[in-house]
Design a protein around this ligand. Sequence first.
Ligand SMILES: O=P(O)(O)OC[C@H]1O[C@H](O[C@H]2O[C@H](CO)[C@@H](O)[C@H](O)[C@H]2O)[C@H](O)[C@@H](O)[C@@H]1O
Length: 265
Amino acid sequence: MTDPRAPTSGAPAGNRPAGGPPPVPDLSRHALFLDFDGTLVDIAPRPDDIRIPEILPGLLTALDAAAGGAIALVSGRRLADLRGFLPEFRGVIVGSHGSETWPEDAAPAPGLRQPDAGPVRAALRALAATRAAYLFEEKPAGAVIHFRADPALDAEARAAAEAVVAAHPGFALQRAKMAYEIHPAGVSKDRAVARLMDRAPFRGRVPVFAGDDTTDEPALGWVRAREGISVHVGDRPDTAAAWRLDSPAALRDWLARAVSVEERG
Ligand SMILES: O=P(O)(O)OC[C@H]1O[C@H](O[C@H]2O[C@H](CO)[C@@H](O)[C@H](O)[C@H]2O)[C@H](O)[C@@H](O)[C@@H]1O
């Protein structure tokens, strides 16, 4: 029988995800970095509409225990929201694409500037007020304009967000699923993962990153370059990930297999 924890160095060549499932992580030697929306939970019409699958809190707790705490949620969401969705989770949480971390000292980013986001928020809030289909989301260090209710607003939202960033040095534009987000320049998930990998309990482990969105691509590329397990959740053809799973449900099943392999020893 094939070892379900096959070595990760056999990542498929090229820049396309493989058709097959990724190797199951060995929780005694891998470190897990997991995106949230579209990866652990299904995408919903609005940010507040998501549903936490019943299995998820217990699964994350089991992964945390088996991986010796080497597990982090790495999300664009506000830290406070993530803690509210998953109050039992005891691993590290990176929120707002790396602007916020819990515990606070888990991945310090010395020198990272967080300029006053007030004017940026005001500009995106004003844009949101122009159409009922827009949804404004405030972040501690920035803001998001959502247009999922009317995808035809993509070009308009993008042009407006680009103009806001051009007028406010120190900020960067991030495309997300049916949304544009403005956050401090220098913030990204790959940097957050790299900082965590320098510290216990992550240091010395092989990184695993799973994500679905453009915001996850730099971290997927970072992990792939280090011969970790990089998993795209969904059907993007242009991902940097080496492996692919179809859906958050498939990702949760894959993670559950890692726990059961660990339990069987
Ligand atoms: O990094 P993630 O955990 O994937 O978070 C990315 C953004 O997720 C949220 O927006 C996305 O999910 C919503 C709920 O499914 C959906 O309605 C929206 O269209 C998506 O863009 C969240 O609201 C953002 O703040 C996150 O940055």
